[in-house]
Write a protein that binds this ligand. Structure first.
Ligand code: TYD
Length: 406
């Protein structure tokens, strides 16, 4: 377990207790169930750094390795999102004559391939070897290592400082965030920008989307906590832009203090966060009560459906589903199987509850009465794709923002 993640050394006020949880992405083979890894998953809030985070986290090596089962490019929505980002950044005022663009956690190259294809200097840093290899295949220069201040020094001596450091759904995974922030500050040119996006705490609180909390997500950031954190390393928040991805994310742009004007929406978002109470312990207490209610409502709904002999499948074996299933104690008695489009997950068992994960085709063939939308963040894409299922009487269940049959 890793305890080195208190941003300013302050004590955390306990918020949620999700009990024993396996790794969110720890899909496993039947012969691996006997030595499955579990950890006690609790969250806390720091009144001084305003950070909302896990109390403890398994070591990163246990989560990001040669069999890491998440490939960003499996989602069309995400592919479009990152293509748009790459185009936007190349046209921005932050780009110099011979720019150097670094991505922390480039996964399968979903974003950097658009930079690489224009022969722009770039480097993807990706600790999971299997996804890094995929990135290489699409022409992305990749270094398969964990980013750190030490690595930042090595990258700088080899390639020089960066114009843009980008990261999506990665920063919130890194326990030693102080070291990362320090490394970024050193690696970034005076005129450079750090642009990163992660699931947004404001959305999690508003939608009770507690499934964003799992082993990999050490932090759920807000503009308040991001601003506090990076100001310790000479960087200031110059822009904050809400994103639709991951059920509500925020894109933060930071630069060395005083270099660029601060966009108006930074103040607007900070103000909205204060109104939502993201700086107050009571808000997190209310969140925990909402989480408990969501659990009770969900178990009741699934049990009621099952008791009248209807079938329920899980739709998409997401990391998020691991928190829901294990926290609510939902197993194969309530959900028959989970379908997923990722070949690496096929014929595995879901972490902890061991529900069979099957190819997507099984869902089309078996036509369950209900499908629990574990990938609720891709609802638009999935509902459009599953028109035939819906027309045939199939129904989707969601728990966001409240437990409901769609
Ligand atoms: P995502 O919400 O990004 O997962 P996570 O909670 O792990 O961040 O969803 C990705 C997973 O969902 C991946 O296993 C593929 C699966 N998926 C489908 O099976 N069908 C779909 O239509 C979509 C969009 C995703």
């Amino acid at each position: 377990m890793n305890k080195f993640c208190r941003v300013d050394g302050s004590e955390l006020i306990p918020v949620n207790d999700f009990g024993l949880q396996p790794l969110g992405n720890g899909f496993l083979l039947p012969e691996q169930t006997s030595d499955e890894y579990f950890f006690s998953m609790q969250t806390g809030f720091s009144q001084s750094s305003l950070m909302f985070q896990l109390l403890d986290q398994p070591n990163p090596e246990q989560m990001f390795h040669e069999n890491y089962a998440f490939f960003s490019s499996t989602s069309l929505q995400m592919s479009h999102h990152f293509k748009k980002f790459a185009d936007g950044i190349l046209e921005s005022k932050f780009i110099t004559d011979d720019p150097f663009i670094v991505e922390l956690g480039c996964n399968d190259g979903i974003m950097l391939k658009h930079i690489a294809s224009k022969s722009i200097r770039h480097l993807g840093i990706e600790p999971s070897v299997n996804t890094a290899l995929e990135a290489n295949k699409v022409g992305v220069n990749t270094l398969s290592e964990f980013f750190s201040s030490e690595l930042a020094t090595k990258v700088q001596s080899k390639h020089g400082q960066a114009d843009v450091i980008f990261s999506a759904n990665v920063m919130c995974h890194i326990p030693d965030i102080n070291d990362i922030a320090s490394g970024i500050s050193d690696l970034l040119k005076k005129s450079g920008v750090l642009v990163f996006e992660d699931p947004y705490l404001g959305d999690v609180i508003k939608k009770t989307s507690y499934d964003q909390i799992y082993d990999e997500h050490v932090f759920l950031f807000s503009a308040l906590s991001v601003s506090n954190l990076f100001s310790r390393y000479g960087l200031e928040l110059i822009n904050a832009e809400p994103q639709k991805t991951h059920g509500g994310s925020m894109r933060y742009t930071l630069a060395h203090k005083g270099v660029y004007p601060i966009e108006e929406n930074v103040q607007t978002i900070l103000q909205a966060e204060l109104e939502l109470g993201l700086d107050k312990a009571e808000t997190y207490k209310a969140f925990d009560e909402n989480v408990r209610k969501s659990k009770n409502d969900l178990v009741k709904l699934l049990s009621d459906i099952k008791s009248i002999g209807k079938s329920i499948a899980g739709y998409a074996a997401t990391s998020k589903s691991t928190t829901i299933l294990n926290y609510c104690g939902i197993g194969g008695d309530l959900i028959d199987y989970i379908c997923d489009t990722t070949p690496l997950k096929h014929n595995t068992l879901s972490p902890g509850m061991h529900i069979p994960v099957v190819p997507y085709q099984d869902f089309l063939d078996r036509k369950p009465d209900y499908a629990f939308l574990f990938a609720w963040n891709h609802a638009e894409e999935i509902l459009a794709k599953e028109n035939t299922y819906l027309q045939g009487g199939g129904k989707f269940i969601t728990h966001v923002p409240s437990v409901n049959v769609l």
